[in-house]
Design a protein. Structure first.
Length: 143
């Protein structure tokens, strides 16, 4: 297969970025859960969560960290339920965002689209199933 090593490398990088997204989503759920506490301090929580997300982003190979953190800052005011298409969790876990980040790279490699799509979609779907079963109980969170 033409460019097999390159295609496999892109899949490996995309899997890594997928892991980064799920790590951030897990932290975001922790923030949402803490918002329900009587002792919740929004300012303190924003500082702590932002710091945790910045640590995770250090391992990202593609995230434009400044832009990403600006987006996160805006998401602290997003009160949509986690099951909503406009929620922060939905945005973090959306595979289309992952493909957008690698779009130019994938287009440069002849015949890469289907191979990479199949490779990362399966990985993402497995991560998503485990994440939702483990961390997201939409019946009880109530956001």
């Amino acid at each position: 297969m033409k460019f097999e090593h390159t295609k496999n490398l892109i899949i490996k990088l995309m899997k890594h970025e997928c892991d980064v997204n799920y790590d951030i989503a897990r932290i975001w759920l922790k923030y949402l859960e803490n918002k329900k506490s009587e002792d919740f301090s929004d300012e303190f929580a924003r500082i702590c969560i932002s710091g945790e997300i910045e640590k995770i982003l250090k391992s990202s190979v593609i995230a434009h960290k400044d832009h990403y953190m600006e987006w996160i800052e805006g998401e602290f005011d997003n009160d949509l339920p986690i099951s909503s298409s406009g929620s922060t969790i939905t945005a973090l876990l959306d595979i289309d965002n992952l493909f957008s980040a690698f779009d130019n790279t994938i287009e440069e490699i002849e015949g890469a689209e289907v191979y990479i799509y199949e490779g990362i979609t399966k990985y993402h779907d497995e991560k998503d199933t485990i994440f939702r079963k483990t961390f997201v109980d939409t019946s009880g969170i109530g956001y």
